[in-house]
Design a protein around this ligand. Structure first.
Ligand code: GLV
Ligand code: MG
Length: 321
């Protein structure tokens, strides 16, 4: 193990992340009562320019009026990009008026670490001025060619310690790179394999190197559950912790696909017990079900158990509510 190590910055259950336009209060209400682990209230691309001001107001009201925690949700707001004149007012209004209720800010189209520096500086000033005690996290959408070219540098958090996760925004990424797509996040049959593999793979490595969560973005055809499930599987095996749902019908599929199967959780728990017992006898390795297990098995098992515990905590809280 290198002496340089980055521990997970923040652990949050993020199997499904429901995208919800801030311009639609009834959708916000439904999102709060959905089964999603995470909801992001959108001020960016799902909101038309003429609706931006009203969307901000709706989001501030929804953050203040709905008890998102009691509903088992992490709640985030996607602000507008730094290339727009909406962005500063998004941060100022939302954090000043509802910052104590906000878990994270999702920053779109992050291209360089300096983009996060600006948001970090603004959030820190507002938190201090308002005496906020919750620490608002940042999440960055990697969805441009420049963002992907700088992804390791962005993940390294030169200027922010709030960054918790990177998301792969396949739609804007395709537009930025002029990749030929058939459906947002889907596979183009002209390409022999998965055309998004290299990008997601690179982002996941950058995330894990620096203690961040990796989240896969949208899949556009909500009438094609099989293709959505296939996309979840591809992202999950590479190491993503969750995927966006752009339609409520995608939530349960993401929750299922990013939950470790019961047999895997059971085996992970047995691995940890077997290795504890081996350690008590002064041994570093053990055998379980006829296979050798060692400290690397314990690290993999602990990852599985940590997710399982977060899922159990969420369903325990839901039953108690
Ligand atoms: C998400 O914002 C995307 O562009 O895919
Ligand atoms: Mg986008």
């Amino acid at each position: 193990m290198s002496f340089t190590q980055y521990k997970p910055v923040a652990t949050r259950l993020q199997r499904s992340e429901l995208a919800c336009p801030g311009s639609n209060p009834s959708m916000i209400e439904k999102a709060a009562n959905s089964a999603a682990d995470f909801v992001f209230l959108d001020l960016e691309d799902a909101v038309a320019p003429n609706d931006k001001v009203q969307a901000r107001k709706n989001i501030i009201e929804a953050l203040n009026d709905i008890d998102w925690k009691a509903k088992g949700k992490t709640v985030s707001v996607r602000i507008n990009g730094l290339d727009t004149h909406y962005m500063y007012r998004d941060v100022v209004d939302v954090v000043e008026q509802a910052g104590s209720k906000l878990d994270t800010i999702l920053v779109p189209k992050v291209g360089t670490p300096h983009d996060l520096y600006m948001v970090e500086a603004m959030v820190t000033q507002i938190e201090e001025a308002k005496g906020l005690t919750n620490r608002i996290g940042l999440e960055a959408l990697i969805e441009t060619a420049i963002g992907m070219a700088n992804v390791e540098d962005i993940a390294r958090q030169h200027y922010t310690s709030r960054l918790e996760a990177l998301h792969f925004g396949v739609a804007d990424f395709a537009a930025s790179r002029r990749s030929r797509t058939v459906v947002i996040g889907g596979l183009n049959p002209d390409y022999p394999g998965d055309q998004w593999h290299a990008a997601i793979d690179r982002m996941v490595t950058a995330c894990r190197a620096f203690g961040l969560r990796a989240i896969d973005g949208p899949f556009g055809d909500f009438n094609d559950p099989d293709a959505y499930i296939a996309a979840c599987k591809r992202a999950s095996v590479l190491g993503c912790e969750g995927k966006w749902a752009i339609h409520p019908s995608q939530i349960e599929m993401a929750n299922d696909m990013f939950s470790p199967p019961a047999a895997e959780v059971d085996r992970a728990r047995r691995i940890l017990v077997a290795l504890d017992e081996a350690a008590a006898q002064g041994k570093g390795a053990a055998s379980l079900d006829g296979r050798m297990i060692d400290a690397a098995s314990a690290r993999m098992a602990q990852n599985v158990v940590t997710v399982a515990e977060a899922i159990e905590a969420k369903s325990g809280a839901a039953k108690a509510a």
